[in-house]
Design a binder for this molecule. Structure first.
Ligand code: CTP
Ligand code: MG
Length: 247
């Protein structure tokens, strides 16, 4: 498989509004490391990944009086696979697009297949088995790949806090996680198409489905949670004390 280069784009340029932390949640720390660093560690340590781009908001990586260059050097030293930091955009979709453009430049002289795993930095505990399943599926089939888990709760529709008499059958319902991944050229095409149509989505698979590209689901993991609210963070802190997130 020497003709394949695998990139990860780690998204950390959101505002974390639902976390109510008065700062980007990716800067919150668990066990002395920021969520961004916890996530970078997962990708750094995984053999499937060749290069990483982290998409960040520039105001977030300039704490205290460190210069941008110092901060960038520090991270790149700690995480040798980190090719560079990339400035985020207004929406998640814009941030991914900026990451894809950075990958495109970095891989410009490469002749083999370029695979890209797009990952929510807020899923900072992604197990390595999930990264492996996604990359393995991507290498063996010409399709996009998404990690997902089956819904386990009973799902009903509500309207204005009242239950409607509608129970959504659970068998076919899965929760989408990240990584969401595909070949670079396919992703660039899907994003350009979405841009032309003014189509905005909360994940990348929606854009691939929109161009009719096949998407395969691989098993994600319940530990691959997206830290979104203060409850999620509190739970993650408690679980981190146990061995829950270790594989
Ligand atoms: N993200 C990003 N650029 C944006 C918006 C989101 O890189 N313009 C990233 C976030 O940092 C996060 C991931 O996309 O890792 C998933 O988004 P979400 O969980 O919604 O994070 P936030 O947008 O930061 O949170 P909120 O929606 O509560 O403000
Ligand atoms: Mg958001």
């Amino acid at each position: 498989m020497s003709d394949v280069l695998t990139y990860a784009i780690i998204l950390a340029a959101g505002r974390g509004e639902r976390m109510l932390a008065n700062k980007n949640k990716m800067l919150l720390e668990i066990g002395g490391n920021s969520l961004l660093e916890l996530c970078l560690t997962r990708f750094q340590e995984n053999e499937c990944i060749d290069h990483i781009f982290a998409v960040v908001a520039s105001e977030d990586i300039l704490p205290d009086n460190q210069s941008e260059i110092e901060q960038k050097d520090k991270l790149e030293e700690k995480y040798p696979k980190l090719a560079s930091l990339v400035a985020g955009g207004k929406t998640r979709q814009d941030s991914v697009y900026n990451g894809l453009e950075a990958v495109k430049k970095h891989a410009a002289d490469y002749c083999g297949r370029v695979l890209v795993l797009i990952h929510d930095g807020a899923r900072c505990f992604v197990p390595s088995a999930v990264l492996e399943s996604v990359t393995d599926a991507l290498k063996t089939e010409r399709c996009a790949v998404v990690a997902a888990v089956p819904v386990t709760d009973t799902i009903r529709q509500i309207s204005d806090c009242r239950l409607e008499d509608l129970q959504v059958p659970r068998e076919h319902l899965w929760q989408m996680q990240t990584p969401q991944a595909a070949d670079l050229d396919i992703l660039l095409h899907a994003f350009a198409h979405a841009d032309q149509e003014g189509f905005l989505a909360t994940d990348d698979i929606a854009l691939l489905l929109r161009i009719g590209y096949p998407v395969r689901v691989v098993r994600g993991d319940r530990r691959n949670i997206k830290l979104t609210t203060p409850d999620d963070f509190e739970m993650a802190r408690l679980l981190y004390e146990t061995e829950y997130f270790k594989e």
